[in-house]
Design a protein around this ligand. Structure first.
Ligand code: TXA
Ligand code: MG
Length: 307
């Protein structure tokens, strides 16, 4: 149910969230499926509607850094890291305060909480109106590609109101950074690439959602393929390659801009995940900066592991 983001619609959406209903809203990364984080029933509904395993915790969204400081401990060593990245497409995993109103479903029973302040004006306005933490995973069914526009959300959850903010400018999810250790550790590379230690495979266990096959289209995905193959759609990057959906071709960024490629990646995976194509192939991508986040999402899409 797409809603134009008028002041009335925002007011209504905030009210419904406060009453324990689900509302989808745009952020600068992808669209989220929000529920009041203090409301056990509403949070349970998120897991049920997404088909998400209960052991996979949710990110809590706040309108300002001041707000999450009431819910999590801020380690002194990481104050400046938080100062730098709090509104920049980064989610922080921090120790949850002992006395908390946050539903234990949000943290999957754990002692940490992932917090994030979106920079998208509609998300901010909505969160301000609600005045309480809103847990919001990406607004897709579990294992599917994250939505980057209101239509994508509507397709998966036609009965849930989605505030239509147009296409997301970022296009891939936030970076998830663990700040419970002396050195910040990237659990999930994302939109912004903070200076932190990349995760090692054992640490990946700390972000349960990262273990499963994720972000996956229906069709098999093959990486590092340089030329289109018969009956298979092909994703390219850089000058000289065209976008032609009927021919199964999608250039993520003709100018070779990785930010633009991130913005288009999920769109491409969705648009090419159609008959008559039997698979999706993708050319090698540069590995610097956000390129690593793209590679991460693509390897998951291509992974045969399905846990
Ligand atoms: O950009 C985003 O982060 C979007 C928008 C809507 O904010 N949200 C999003 O949420 O991508 P979701 O649920 O699709 O992915 C959250 C990731 C999962 O991999 C989850 O396991 C991890 O963050 N996560 C959440 N809480 C955590 C925690 N306490 N410790 C470690 N990882 C956590
Ligand atoms: Mg997700």
């Amino acid at each position: 149910m797409k809603w134009q983001p008028t002041p009335d619609a925002l007011e209504k959406a905030a009210q419904l969230l406060k009453e324990g209903k689900l509302i989808s809203f745009p952020t600068e990364t992808v669209y989220g499926l929000g529920a009041l984080a203090e409301n056990d029933v509403a949070v349970t509904e998120i897991f049920r509607r997404k088909g998400r395993p209960a052991k996979n915790p949710l990110i809590c969204h706040f309108s300002h850094r001041n707000q999450f400081e009431d819910f999590v401990e801020i380690p002194a060593d990481h104050k400046s890291f938080i100062e730098t990245y709090w509104e920049k497409g980064v989610s922080f995993v921090l120790p949850l305060k002992k006395e908390t109103l946050i539903s234990s479903k949000v943290t999957a029973g754990g002692s940490t909480l992932a917090v994030r302040v979106p920079s998208h004006p509609l998300a901010k306005e909505l969160l301000e109106k609600v005045g309480k933490p809103v847990s919001a995973p990406s607004a897709n069914k579990s294992m599917k590609v994250s939505p980057t526009c209101a239509e994508d959300v509507d397709e998966a959850f036609p009965d849930i109101p989605v505030l239509d903010g147009g296409a997301c400018t970022g296009g891939i999810e936030s970076s998830v950074v663990d700040l419970t250790t002396p050195q910040p550790k990237i659990l999930r590379p994302g939109l912004v690439f903070p200076e932190a230690d990349p995760t090692s495979s054992s640490e990946e266990l700390k972000s349960p959602g990262l273990l499963s096959k994720h972000y996956a289209p229906e069709r098999p995905v093959f990486l590092n393929i340089t030329e289109p193959r018969i009956n298979q759609a092909h994703i390219t990057f850089g000058p000289g390659k065209k976008t032609d959906l009927e021919a199964g071709l999608f250039n993520l960024s003709p100018s070779g801009d990785l930010q633009e490629a991130a913005r288009n990646l999920y769109r491409a995976l969705r648009d090419l995940d159609q008959p008559p194509f039997k698979a999706i192939t993708i050319c090698p991508l540069p590995q610097e900066g956000i390129g690593q986040a793209l590679q991460d999402r693509l390897s998951r899409a291509a992974s045969k592991v399905n846990t």
